[in-house]
Design a protein around this ligand. Structure first.
Ligand code: PEP
Ligand code: MG
Length: 576
């Protein structure tokens, strides 16, 4: 018999699959950091995979019947020649050293480079040989996958829907490598970092489904609707048919939106809007390319620390950030300094001591970095170094007072001195901005705007701190409302302060990724959105179908209201 459970839909989309009651995460990854001291081991792993792949080919060749056509033999020989050419794995080994990355990713970059060389050849026959490169690389990748570094138990999660009490962002990060179909958790709110990650990864997810682990049987088939927060256990044929149809219409909608890829975001009355993406790891840029060739308005660097579950040295940070910049191919990258604390923790904690009662209000983000300046200086150095290679900006989270900004300036000077002494290449004039995500900062936005190069509004936290609602607590989730007049006033104050000081202001909280608020934000004067990669096209579609002049007048009326219900109905009207 079917069972229907309700929760809070936090990442849209329909998933149909068998349940998996989550026990523990695995560490298998297709792209991850490899600290310098492990480079040799990683290169040996690569060489072993190349060796295994070439053995496989020799075996195939030996088994081939004597009357096999010559061209097939030549084809195998050419693959063998390519694998056995020392330049092939030397190239990938150099990439491992340059980017502190794993063998799989290095191999992929090496493949892209070789394919580009073949693509540029005039001879059409030689151009087609790029397929051989791809086949060889696939065979080696396959050998690498069969020999994962990780000793973790192989859990087959592909296509499964994870049911768990809660998931840390680190669990989510690790599971997405296994291509899970969806997530259901008993606790957590839509603004938890886990929920944001699920949206970033485009995986349907529902939180706050109390008792899900008792009510859903392990391995039973389930449907989840990440928009409405509905979980159906043991669905009947009618429900399956309905949700399969819905899933298909989502695919078709996405295909229609895909026509906007790489087209400008411009309102009907000709105003260009800057649309960038939020990322958690350099790997996310690969997915971003499916949606748009755009820059990054928020790179949450704490995810690098969380994936490693420890502090990360300057060199590894530098190489990881450089990898992100390299992937962006000339587009801008805004790197946010560490925002550890609250629901983002690592084992090797920066701040030791008793557990805080109220971690979101405790030693988090910039407060924590200022408490541990040596660790912060490593990150400042890494960011300024990578800024010498392209358009990189630095953004400080959870700034609350100008006094903190002054402390950051002193530490930046320290970092510059250190880099000068070490004679390392870096960008002395990197642009620095702050996140406005605490009401105190929004109320001082004009002062921040005069002292900084840009501001970015973090509504996830701004709402949490303005309305005193823990963003990860599903019990108070019903109070979490971006349309609360106090929140709207703080957002408006910040946008206006930026305009007055001629300093760019973006909005990188989840509010920017929700199509319900696009027109409202445009009418409030926002001209720079940083959103989830998979929301880019939908937001662009709304921008391209909006008339800014008309919106401004209507939004002025909304901003004049102090009644939440009235605001909600006016925003509905704006969107209809
Ligand atoms: C925010 O608070 O809106 C934000 C973008 O930062 P995070 O979600 O990482 O706290
Ligand atoms: Mg924040």
């Amino acid at each position: 018999m079917s069972i229907i459970l309700n929760g809070i839909g936090v990442s849209r989309g329909i998933a149909i699959g068998n349940a998996y009651i989550y026990v523990r995460a695995t560490t298998e990854a297709t792209e991850y950091n490899v600290p310098a001291k492990y480079h040799r081991k990683e290169i040996e792993r690569l060489q072993q995979a190349v060796h295994d792949a070439s053995e496989q080919l020799h075996e195939i060749k030996n088994k081939i019947a004597a009357d096999t056509p010559e061209d097939i033999l030549v084809f195998i020989d050419s693959h063998l020649l390519m694998m056995e050419d020392p330049a092939f794995d030397d190239g990938a080994a150099a990439i491992i050293r340059e980017f502190s990355c794993n063998a799989e990713w290095a191999l992929q970059v090496q493949c892209e480079r070789l394919v580009q060389v073949f693509d540029e050849m005039e001879d059409s026959y030689l151009r087609t040989r790029k397929d051989d490169v791809i086949h060889v690389v696939q065979r080696i990748q396959h050998c690498l996958a069969k020999k994962p570094e990780s000793k973790a138990e192989p859990v087959k999660l592909k296509g499964r829907i994870i049911i768990s009490d809660d998931l840390t962002p680190a669990d989510t990060l690790m599971m997405q490598h296994q291509k899970v179909a969806g997530f259901v958790t008993e606790f957590g709110g839509p603004l938890s970092h886990t929920a944001i990650l699920a949206r970033n990864l485009g995986i349907p997810a529902i939180v706050g489904v109390h008792n899900a682990r008792q009510l859903i049987h392990p391995t039973e088939q389930i449907i989840i609707d990440g928009h409405y927060g509905v979980v159906i256990g043991e669905p009947d044929a009618r429900s399956l048919k309905h949700y399969r149809k819905l899933r298909q219409s989502n695919v078709e909608r996405q295909q229609r939106l895909n026509q906007l890829i790489n087209k400008p975001a411009i309102t009907k009355d000709g105003v260009h809007i800057l649309l960038q993406a939020n990322i958690d790891r350099p790997e996310d840029i690969r997915k971003l390319k499916q949606f748009d060739n755009t820059g990054v308005g928020l790179y949450r660097t704490e995810m690098l620390f969380m994936e490693n579950n420890q502090l990360v040295d300057e060199e590894t940070q530098f190489k990881t950030y450089k990898r992100a910049l390299f992937r962006l191919k000339g587009k801008p990258l805004t790197i946010r300094t560490l925002d550890l604390g609250a629901d983002k923790e690592i084992q090797e904690s920066l701040g030791q001591g008793p557990m805080a009662h109220n971690p979101a209000m405790g030693l988090r983000a910039i407060r924590r970095c200022l408490k541990e300046p040596e660790i912060f200086i490593h990150q400042l150095c890494a960011i300024m170094r990578v800024a010498a290679y392209g358009d990189v900006k630095m953004m400080i989270p959870m700034m609350t007072s100008i006094h903190e900004l002054e402390q950051v300036s002193v530490l930046l000077e320290h970092a510059r001195d250190e880099l000068r002494q070490r004679k390392v290449r870096f960008n002395d004039k990197i642009e620095i901005g702050a996140m406005i995500e605490v009401p105190a900062a929004a109320l001082s936005a004009d002062i921040f705007a005069h002292r900084l190069d840009f501001l970015s509004i973090g509504t996830n936290d701004l709402i949490q701190y303005t309305l005193a609602i823990d963003r990860i607590d599903d019990e108070v989730n019903y109070l979490y409302n971006p349309l609360h007049p106090a929140v709207l006033q703080l957002v408006k104050i910040t946008i206006d302060a930026g305009k007055k000081a001629k300093v760019p202001v973006s909005l990188c909280g989840e509010m920017a990724s929700d199509p319900k608020y696009t027109r409202l934000l445009l009418g409030m004067g926002l001209d720079y959105f940083s959103v989830q990669a998979n929301a880019i096209l939908e937001i662009k579609h709304i921008i391209n179908n909006s008339n800014l002049g008309k919106l401004r007048t209507k939004v002025r009326k909304i901003m004049g209201s102090h009644d939440l219900y009235q605001i909600e109905s006016l925003v509905d009207k704006l969107n209809s």
